[in-house]
Design a protein around this ligand. Structure first.
Ligand code: B4P
Length: 182
């Protein structure tokens, strides 16, 4: 099974991706985690990414697509994967369609819905380096202008499913299990 987890920053994509992957024994691909690892390693990609992530912007489509292209070709993705935080722009979504092979179709795009007030509270409580009020504001701006347009894109393909993300973690997971039939 191949799944995309979609939603605003801090909606719980990473939290639910871990649970889905454990349950189905499939691979978790988080572009946020991969980019943070690149930042830690101090690589050229990491240096470019850090500047943008520190401001709450989106890393370039070119960088993100090349990371996903490389990673999705690994053997551990053959049985299925959860894309967590990718795609985040129409360009990335179009790029993803062209790099998936005929046997690697996306079956579900799960859109986790949480309102802004709840998210701000969650992120402030988490306290990651990009969870500061000014940066969170910019992450929302990026989401609304660049990522939100993916909703009609996936609605047209009839694979978008809305999940109420303002419930306890286990309840959110129960709703996901119902949608994907596990
Ligand atoms: P990400 O790492 O994707 O992070 P996120 O959107 O903030 O978090 P997520 O939705 O996964 O929330 P989580 O489960 O952690 O992105 C970080 C940055 O990387 C971006 O701003 C961007 O710069 C860059 N980037 C990543 N992908 C990119 C791409 N494709 N293109 C360009 N740039 C990209 O949950 C948050 C908190 O809420 C946690 O503390 C969790 O415990 C809590 N929580 C979760 N579910 C809850 C629930 N049901 N109730 C209460 N709390 C809950």
């Amino acid at each position: 099974m191949n799944i995309i987890l979609f939603g605003p920053p801090g909606s719980g994509k990473g939290t639910q991706a871990i649970k889905i992957c454990e349950n189905l024994s499939i691979t978790h691909l988080s572009t946020g985690d991969i980019l943070r690892e690149a930042v830690e390693s101090g690589s050229e990609v990491g240096k470019k990414a850090k500047e943008i992530m520190d401001k709450g912007g989106l890393v370039s489509d070119e960088i993100v697509l090349s990371i996903v292209k490389e990673r999705i070709a690994y053997n551990d993705c053959k049985n299925g994967f959860v894309l967590d935080g990718f795609p985040r722009t129409i360009n990335q979504a179009v790029g993803l369609e062209s790099l998936l092979s005929a046997t690697q179709k996306i079956q579900y795009v799960l859109r986790i819905i949480v309102d802004e007030e709840n998210i701000i509270k969650r992120l402030i409580d988490r306290g990651r380096s990009d969870d500061k009020p000014e940066i969170i504001k910019n992450r929302f701006k990026s989401y609304n202008s660049q990522t939100q347009p993916l909703v009609p894109f996936y609605e047209e393909r009839k694979i978008l499913f809305n999940i109420d993300g303002m419930q306890e973690i286990e309840k959110v997971f129960d709703d996901i299990k119902n949608v994907i039939g596990i």
